[in-house]
Design a protein around this ligand. Structure first.
Ligand SMILES: *[C@@H]1O[C@H](CO)[C@@H](O)[C@H](O)[C@H]1NC(C)=O
Ligand SMILES: *[C@@H]1O[C@H](CO)[C@@H](O)[C@H](O)[C@H]1NC(C)=O
Ligand SMILES: *[C@@H]1O[C@H](CO)[C@@H](O)[C@H](O)[C@H]1NC(C)=O
Ligand SMILES: *[C@@H]1O[C@H](CO)[C@@H](O)[C@H](O)[C@H]1NC(C)=O
Ligand SMILES: *[C@@H]1O[C@H](CO)[C@@H](O)[C@H](O)[C@H]1NC(C)=O
Length: 346
């Protein structure tokens, strides 16, 4: 398939592109054998064929990218990943196209359930006529099936208690980032909710639903389960579906606590989107960008609060440890192999 593609490109655009294509051959070959060794060869090669299909379908001439659907729960450093993809694309002029799906309220018709509207919105964005290479969202899992245009799923999670605490303060105080349109809408929504200035401890101690209710107890398992009705039923079932979705669909799910290693893995799995990601991540310029996504105010939690919350977050932790174990397994294989692969050069 790649040889055929190579020949085509030569005929159309001549020697210069031919050289690039040859390079990509080797690149893809090494990439595929690595992925094969860690058992995700099939999904990656299907992404590759998807790509050429996508090119035909959209008339895009853009090469060497694939759609990454990066869907992470809030406050897990997902925004940092998104900013990094943009930063790398700016610096390397790789023209990786990216966008986020944040506020969907404006396109949400009244009386339509999330199960109906969200998959439709996500599918529209993935199958857009403007090819996108990277989509960032907090929306939950949406199944694409096996069609040739379906994306590669990537996500990141964080210790559930820490995430809940961070999210609580984020809702009140936001981050230090400049107010984008999305952020303004978010602020307005939060103000309407008349949030108190209580600490997270106060909130948990007074048993307020915001902190101890269903939503906060099942955030993670629902995220990876999706929008079907069964994702709002017994947590045991939701947890099982979430695990199955991760196994069957996700190229990788990182953990915030191992952010640097996650980046190294992404560099190997998606060498175009994450070209030299660790290097760029550690530059002073990028550190400043990251700083702006930190939650402004965040108070430590008491051990009494922890004692109340940890049992409530039982299913969240079970999924978190499942993801962590899977991440360690992948990481070991990917990083062991990494040294054998030449860095990606565009
Ligand atoms: C990337 O470039 C665009 C356009 O110049 C700019 O608005 C944006 O802030 C840049 N993003 C990053 C993360 O540097
Ligand atoms: C939405 O559903 C409620 C209750 O079923 C109904 O009273 C209301 O008129 C509906 N609104 C619209 C815009 O259809
Ligand atoms: C995708 O394809 C695999 C192998 O062909 C099959 O086992 C699986 O059920 C398919 N999944 C969907 C959602 O169609
Ligand atoms: C919002 O909260 C303040 C203080 O907590 C209270 O005085 C006020 O009545 C509340 N407003 C609404 C609409 O609930
Ligand atoms: C990526 O890093 C390698 C090794 O440090 C370097 O040779 C290459 O030029 C870098 N690529 C870009 C686009 O900066």
């Amino acid at each position: 398939m790649f040889t055929k593609r190579g020949i085509c490109v030569v005929m159309i655009t001549g020697f210069f592109v031919f050289c690039l294509t040859i390079f990509h051959l080797d690149e893809n070959h090494e990439q595929n054998s690595l992925l094969s060794s860690i058992g995700i060869y099939d999904r990656y090669s299907s992404v590759r064929s998807k790509l050429s299909f996508r090119r035909q379908y959209t008339g895009s001439t853009q090469d060497s990218s694939c759609v990454v659907l990066f869907s992470a729960p809030q406050k897990c450093a997902g925004r940092t990943i998104y900013e990094l993809v943009e930063y790398i694309s700016n610096l390397t002029r790789s023209a990786v196209t990216r966008d986020s799906i944040m506020n969907i309220d404006s396109v949400w018709p009244p009386n339509v359930s999330a199960a109906d509207i969200v998959p439709r919105i996500v599918r529209e964005r993935v199958h857009t006529s403007q090819p996108l290479d990277f989509i960032y969202t907090h929306l939950s899992f949406v199944e694409f099936g096996n069609d040739s245009l379906s994306p590669s799923y990537v996500s990141i999670v964080r210790d559930p208690f820490e995430r809940a605490r961070s999210f609580y303060y984020f809702k009140r105080y936001g981050d230090t980032m400049q107010m984008t349109e999305d952020a303004k809408l978010w602020r307005q929504r939060m103000e309407k909710m008349n949030l108190s200035k209580d600490s997270y401890d106060d909130c948990v101690m007074s048993q307020r639903l915001e902190c101890v209710g269903e939503r906060s107890q099942f955030e993670l398992i629902r995220h990876f389960c999706g929008y079907s009705e069964e994702c709002y039923r017994k947590p045991e079932t939701v947890l099982e579906i979430a695990k199955r979705n991760i196994e069957n669909h996700y190229a990788i799910v990182g953990i915030t606590e191992e952010f640097d290693d996650f980046l190294s893995c992404l560099e190997v799995l998606f060498p175009v989107h994450f070209n030299n990601a660790s290097k760029f991540y550690n530059t002073e310029t990028f550190k400043k960008i990251v700083y702006s996504t930190r939650t402004k105010i965040k108070l430590p939690a008491s051990s009494a609060t922890k004692n109340i919350m940890l049992p409530k977050l039982k299913y969240e932790y079970e999924l978190y440890y499942f993801i962590k174990q899977r991440f360690y397994d992948f990481k070991e294989k990917i990083l062991n192999e990494k040294r054998k692969i030449a860095p990606y050069r565009p």
